[in-house]
Design a protein around this ligand. Structure first.
Ligand SMILES: N=CN[C@@H](CCC(=O)O)C(=O)O
Ligand SMILES: [Zn+2]
Length: 412
């Protein structure tokens, strides 16, 4: 006897399971089965496909014709942080740009002050709210970065909070040490970077990946290479905030250092984009950030896909450059501004996002964990189309319903 059968699924969205990220034209391929059902036992998928009478279960869920998909994966967030920076909204409207605010001691450094002041419990409580909202929006795997401590005590505090969150919620998390996220006020960049390199060994006990912000006025390509080499030597896979604002060659460095992902890439070079075809480094694009920073030039997703690259999408949820924990909103911006197709977008927030953080998620094959979302939508194209609202009707984690959106007709 199985535990649960989800019957009467209008359309089941099935990204292709693969041991490497989907690249180029593959990103536009998505299997969709109409009139489907899913059978779950012990929190795992036993069967998914066309409706059949072959299975029995102790519980049945009637999806009432809704669409179903694997739960979404958010592969780039700064979910653990103290405070907020709403005052920057008006500064930016007056024409003060992101890097100037940072140069003046605000931006990331402002959040560093607030994160240092916050206790472990205050950070857990704040991040718990965000993770709850992410779950409610259909996300059950999340990457979470440190980077607002900039010293041993506070970087480790953030990572410990991140780990506590992953035990508290039925969400699969990956934790990233982002010690070199900014240079503390009054510090020397090289000396600070050396401190962060020395911290890698200890951070490795709490973090899956090592990340760095490679940008004008923050860390150079040479400094980033030094850090990534040190992390690689310790056996930590690397990530990089690359070519977000200025074209420094961060994408090329990511590929050289076998990074699991290169993130942002708004200003990535043509040469870098061409290199994507021959690497499994995932380009994690963060169009919500470009939107929120009020910029006109978005990452060249089309060029990257046409060059045979693997693209993923993330919220980049953080208190300064992208203040949303709603990945569905990012799906809409990806359609509008990155000109990605609905199939590409779905693959980017499921299977490719999973590859960007090395989790076995984003697909619904037999044996996969039953992390499933039922969407109150007529078809899969509807979610990026009807933007700014939550279409997740029912969220199922490890085979158990953990969220039903209030106000929507309950499923039978
Ligand atoms: N660009 C660097 N880091 C974050 C923003 C952090 C912040 O502004 O607090 C990002 O990915 O956008
Ligand atoms: Zn980031």
């Amino acid at each position: 006897m199985n535990d649960t059968i989800i019957r009467n699924i209008g359309a089941l969205i099935l990204p292709k399971k693969s041991d490497r990220p989907l690249k180029g034209k593959e990103m536009d391929e998505l299997e969709i089965i109409e009139g489907a059902m899913i059978v779950i036992k012990d929190g795992q998928v036993v069967y998914r496909g066309a409706a059949t009478d072959e299975y029995e279960a102790s519980e049945e869920l009637d999806a009432s014709g809704m669409i179903a998909s694997p739960a979404l994966v958010d592969p780039h967030t700064h979910v653990v942080h103290g405070g907020s920076r709403e005052h920057e909204m008006s500064l930016k409207r007056q024409g003060v740009d992101y890097l100037t605010i940072l140069e003046q001691g605000g931006g990331i450094l402002n959040t560093v002050e607030q994160t240092r002041k916050a206790t472990h419990q205050q950070l857990v409580d704040k991040a718990s709210k965000s993770i709850t909202r992410m779950i409610q929006h259909g996300v059950l795997a999340v990457e979470s970065k440190s980077g607002y401590g900039l010293d041993r005590e506070n970087e480790l505090k953030q990572l410990k909070v991140s780990r506590e969150i992953s035990e508290k919620f039925p969400v699969t998390m990956r934790h990233t040490f982002l010690g070199p996220h900014a240079i503390p006020k009054g510090a020397d960049g090289d000396a600070f970077l050396d401190d962060m390199i020395n911290l890698l060994e200890e951070a490795k006990d709490y973090a899956d990946f090592a990340d760095i912000f490679c940008e004008t006025g923050v860390f150079t390509i040479e400094q980033s290479r030094k850090y990534m080499e040190a992390a690689n030597a310790l056996g930590m896979r690397v990530k990089i905030h690359a070519d977000e604002i200025d074209p420094l060659g961060g994408l090329e460095l990511a590929i050289e250092q076998n990074a699991i992902s290169a993130d942002h890439l708004v200003a990535a070079s043509e040469a870098g984009k061409k290199m994507l075809a021959d690497t499994d480094t995932v380009a994690v694009l963060l169009p919500g950030t470009t939107f929120y920073l009020g910029k006109d030039q978005f990452a060249d997703a089309r060029g990257m896909i046409e060059n045979g690259g693997a693209i993923s999408l993330a919220t980049d949820y953080n208190p300064g450059s992208c203040v949303t924990d709603n990945l569905q909103m990012i799906m809409a911006i990806a359609s509008l501004k990155l000109k990605m197709t609905p199939n590409e977008i779905w693959n980017a927030v499921t299977v490719n996002a999973a590859h960007a953080i090395d989790v076995d998620k984003g697909t619904l094959e037999a044996g996969d964990q039953a992390d499933i979302v039922l969407w109150d939508a007529p078809n899969h194209e509807y979610i990026p189309y009807h933007y700014g609202v939550n279409h997740a009707h029912t969220v199922i984690a490890r085979g158990q319903v953990i969220y039903r959106q209030p106000g929507l007709e309950p499923i039978r």
